[in-house]
Design a protein around this ligand. Structure first.
Ligand SMILES: [Zn+2]
Length: 329
């Protein structure tokens, strides 16, 4: 077992209909100004789904990484009352993805700047407790966005990046390591396709699933597998030259045995992530109830009056917007 996840278990039912355009108003983009003002009085936590636009072969949709995040965020938002930000559809990619048709990678610096601008706008609105979730790695770029935001603005905030494979841990592993799958999680494989079938079967075409076998240059022990969940010495994003470029080595867009996918195998991963996110949300609000943040002197040596004005925001008397400190470039 990777780590003990001792959090209360909730009842979950899925798959559900997607809510991006739903009048349920789980999403920031579906709300009016009045809705946001009312929401911020009740719950100031926002979940930001960070996905990608990439080739997932014949069986899974191009937006798979985004949908995995949005469908679970929707389950958590219904349970907690947190808001969901508009998903980030395009993402950052490792070197070996580049050139794969269907995949639309952003330059890392563009992605990091884009995230920082989103953090700033949401903070300025009053969503100062931000939970970023990703199933697409980006574990070399998302933390940079958060760290640079903190260093640039130096104001109270609670930002978290939750790397979902890490939370799924052994529920995403192969049978040899206590998981449900025949092979380790890679990409558009048995594991990822199982998650997709469990969460959005309407976008999947399981009858067209394909199997591929991928080999690295070095023996398997050195470089960690998809999601970096095995704890091998070198995480996957810390290397180039161990896997060929996928447009050459995996033109199918699949790294693994998508034919073996089964939604039942992904149930534990989905429940584990949702249970964890509920716990994280609840612990954030228990530590800092709605409208409050860690004490300013905890996070900043900016002049007290300046931080107070920024915390009041642009609309309150004596307040100012965060862009008066810096533009988020
Ligand atoms: Zn994916």
């Amino acid at each position: 077992m990777a780590f003990e996840l001792d959090v209360p278990k909730n009842d979950w039912s899925f798959p559900n209909k997607g809510a991006i355009e739903s009048e349920e108003k789980l999403y920031y983009h579906a709300m009016t100004k009045k809705d946001v003002e009312a929401k911020l009085k009740k719950n100031d936590v926002i979940i930001i789904p960070v996905g990608s636009t990439e080739n997932h072969g014949n069986a899974g949709p191009i937006g798979e990484d985004t949908f995995i995040c949005t469908r679970m965020a929707e389950m958590v938002a219904r349970k907690t009352g947190a808001t969901i930000a508009s998903p980030i559809w395009y993402g950052s990619h490792p070197f070996h993805h580049i050139g794969q048709p269907l995949t639309v990678p952003l330059p890392d610096q563009v992605f990091i700047d884009y995230l920082r601008a989103i953090m700033t706008g949401l903070w300025n609105t009053g969503f100062r407790k931000q939970i970023f979730i990703s199933m697409h790695g980006q574990e070399y770029s998302l933390p940079v966005a958060i760290q640079e935001w903190g260093k640039k603005y130096q104001v109270p905030a609670m930002f978290y990046f939750v790397d979902l494979p890490r939370v799924m841990a052994e529920t995403l592993m192969d049978k040899k390591h206590g998981g449900p799958y025949d092979r380790p999680f890679q990409h558009a494989c048995e594991a990822e396709q199982s998650l997709s079938l469990a969460l959005f079967p309407e976008f999947c075409d399981q009858a067209s699933a394909e199997n591929t076998d991928v080999k690295g240059i070095l023996p398997p022990f050195h470089i960690d597998r998809g999601g970096d969940i095995y704890g091998y010495p070198i995480p996957g994003h810390c290397v180039i030259g161990n896997a060929g470029i996928e447009c050459h080595t995996a033109p199918e867009g699949v790294l693994g045995h998508a034919k073996d996918a089964d939604p039942a195998k992904a149930k534990a991963s989905v429940e584990r992530v949702c249970d964890y996110l509920v716990k994280l949300h609840n612990d954030i609000l228990a530590a800092c109830p709605v409208g409050t943040l860690p004490p300013a002197e905890f996070m900043s040596q900016r002049p007290k009056e300046e931080v107070e004005a920024l915390l009041k925001g642009p609309m309150q008397k004596g307040g100012r917007h965060i862009y008066t400190v810096a533009w988020p470039t």
